[in-house]
Design a protein around this ligand. Sequence first.
Ligand SMILES: [Zn+2]
Length: 484
Amino acid sequence: MTWKKKASKMWQRTRILRYLGYKRIGLEKARNRIDASVLLIIVCVVSLPLFLHAPKEARDAAPAQIGKSDQVAEAVHGDLGDDEVVEEQKVSLSELEKRVAAGEIELRVRSFEKGDSLLGILTKEKVPPADRAGIVDALGLMIDLRTLKPGLQMFLFREKSAGAASGDLLGVSFQIKGTDTIAVLKEESGWIPFSESGRVETINSRVTGFVERTFSGSAKQAGVPDGVVGQVLSALDGEVDFATDIQAGDAFDVIYETKRTPGGLELGGKQLVFIGLKLGKREIYRYAWTDGAGLTTFYDARGLAGAKIIMKRPVKARARLSSGYGYRRHPVLGFEVFHSGVDLACPMNTPIVAAADGTIVQLGRKGAYGRYIRIRHAGGYETAYGHMNGYRQDLGVRSKIKRGEVIGYVGNSGRSTGPHVHFEVWRYGKTLHPGKDNAIPSRQLSGFELEQFVSFASGLHADFERHRVGRLPPIPAERPDFIE
Ligand SMILES: [Zn+2]
């Protein structure tokens, strides 16, 4: 690195630190004016004694001198003024987002996968080395880069590509903790950090309606997005049988949230936050609540999440039980062994799903189990899945996973005689029969968390207090009209 490059890098760093220093006290926009004023005061203070102690002839000439220092200040101010225009008009995340919405530039979304690093992704995206270094540098000023974890989305704004070459990168942004935005934006002088919290707006959309034939069909027809319908099914899985419990005339009430940037970009997909169902005389109201560990669960209005039975056959296909739980003659070893789980035979690459909400605690090859995942659930439960062909790409140890979410694919790895998943249920270090009802105990919010939940839920649905009482109101004879 030549001294020139070094100096320019140091200058760049100084400017970034100055920006961040002002940002901390909320005066980043006025920093040029403040600096110019301070400079002017320093010039005055320094020149004042000179002026007072100057000999008479010099004192006569002093006005010219003061005029000169004014000119200096003017020149400095003018220079910084231009700089200000560059920073405040050219470098704006909202501007980039608007240009994406207008189709002028491209947006690429990359999810961090297991083993991905920021530098690795930038290299794969063919970002030139100098830009890569600038981005890593500027981002490192705002956050610890190790917090860029699997599942996090990175938004890359780039010029439209001409032919095979990809267009120049203009900026990258991330959504941290839902509403905090961090970004680095390209300016003529280099990469500039940007951060703002509360920038992303959360919009709640509510759809109400009645079931005609099926819940899914009627909800979609009423305007509930497909993904949200899927979230309703999994939120009430084990509680409502959507094939048999639902009849024509039953009512539904769905609220989902969308996160949108000031530039009009939608981030992270639509998330179900409330589901209300009126099935004949039975009413069900569930509010989504994300706990301190980052796991979202659906609670009733009293803050109670019902017990959930661990899925007995966590595969997305009709599985044949090729070997049950308990003592049996082992097909490979040929003698009586204890079979600690069940074997579910399905076609190769059938998706395997998590049998309950939880956190992945093991993911990788494990002797005879082959490719293996183990998930920890509430209430001391764990489930394990063996002989997999592969894992879902973005998963790793510590990934949060929802019941019914795909974790990997059926395979024949490890000690196995054909494609199947070996499925185990554990509780406090002992295996249980996966075919029995293994209920993860219910959870009741309490204390401060309950207060937070109530404040969130009462703001979400006008009927929260009524949902909370738990007493069912009289059912009108005609189509129920519990939805205002
Ligand atoms: Zn087995």
